[in-house]
Design a protein around this ligand. Sequence first.
Ligand code: PLP
Length: 425
Amino acid sequence: MTLAERDAAVIWHPYTQMKTAGLPLAIVKGEGTLLYDDAGNSYLDAVSSWWVNLHGHSHPYIAQKISEQLTKLEHVIFAGFTHQPAVELAEGLLNILPENQKRIFYSDNGSTAVEVALKMAFQYWHNLGTPKNKIIAFRDSYHGDTFGAMSVSSRSAFTQPFNQYLFEVLFIDVPVPGQEEKCLTQLTTLAQRADVAAFIFEPLVLGTAGMVMYEPEILDKLLAICRVNSIITIADEVMTGFGRTGKLFATDYLQHQPDLFCLSKGLTGGTMALGVTTCSEPIYDAFLSEDKTKTFFHGHSYTANPIACTAGVASLELLLQPETQENITRIVEQHAAFRGQIQAHPSCKEIRQTGTILAIEFKTEATSYFSNIRDLLYNFALQNNVLLRPLGNIIYVLPPYCITAFQLEVIYAVIIKMADLIRNK
Ligand SMILES: Cc1ncc(COP(=O)(O)O)c(C=O)c1O
């Protein structure tokens, strides 16, 4: 039996209809931007394996640091104990986050980073003696798959079986170009309510919604309204963090700074599962008390795992190297040049770019995540040795920063072939 066949007998995969999905690809090795399967084929990872990989697969520096840490300390309970990698990573993150961020809270993934942020926001108001129970969120957003994260995400086919168990959220429209005023009016009205605890948002790019993009100027205005109305602001930078938008964080494009940040994905360079929620001093202070019931009662068995934190420290070092920053600039410029090239293609409806994230929306009759066009494009890319995961009729490139100019051109060529395929259908 092949590995894929053995897998099919015992494993249930995420976001996969197991009845109709074909056998998974068995990957035996990753190196740089390439993944190798057990038949010797290689694939260009154009989506950084669900947006996590920053520096290429099996990066030797991260591997070396992890291997050293493994024989020092693999894990220790994080209540009442600490360790070097956790402290170093916290210090490193606070160095690059906006000045108002003062504390790091560890968890395991993007959803839990969001869960923690929501709980901090609710309990902040509870601890102050003025409980507030409403969150404002963007209508098409995606913040994760746990119940709190699902609650603040768009109601969709993903959440439908659970909708009745999700807490009520006040949704506003995404301020895409042309919709800014509508969104501003909606927030201004909602912000007058006395029961709003927080506003959570994906800054500049809504990933799962289809790489939907909006401008920093409008987000600044939204944050200003929240500030005036004492609404806590939560930046979910799980996808946009660590250079994806061309700056270290998407919020680096803003004048106003959010109160809380959610980070994961690129946090360890795609090596280990780790999540982080960071907060400002006033939020943290609201939990300090002689009264023990004001404690933040949240934690996970693997909170701040030393191996994961070590990967985080190593990844951060790599990210801040001039060479990586130059690579980010190069990808941004190369994407922009390709935009000019594909813009006029009759199959292209819209092309969007924020930093290293490039999205192309094709003109197709079917647009849904569940449409056959998605499968057609996905399989076509794989047959051309490129891993692209379309969101319905939207294809995007979100590569590891070590990708070469030539590899990017290979991906663009496949995208042009896809556009031709759609035109000829
Ligand atoms: C903006 C955003 N927030 C949260 C999440 C959830 O992260 P995770 O899949 O690690 O739970 C994602 C995942 O795609 C995301 O894009």
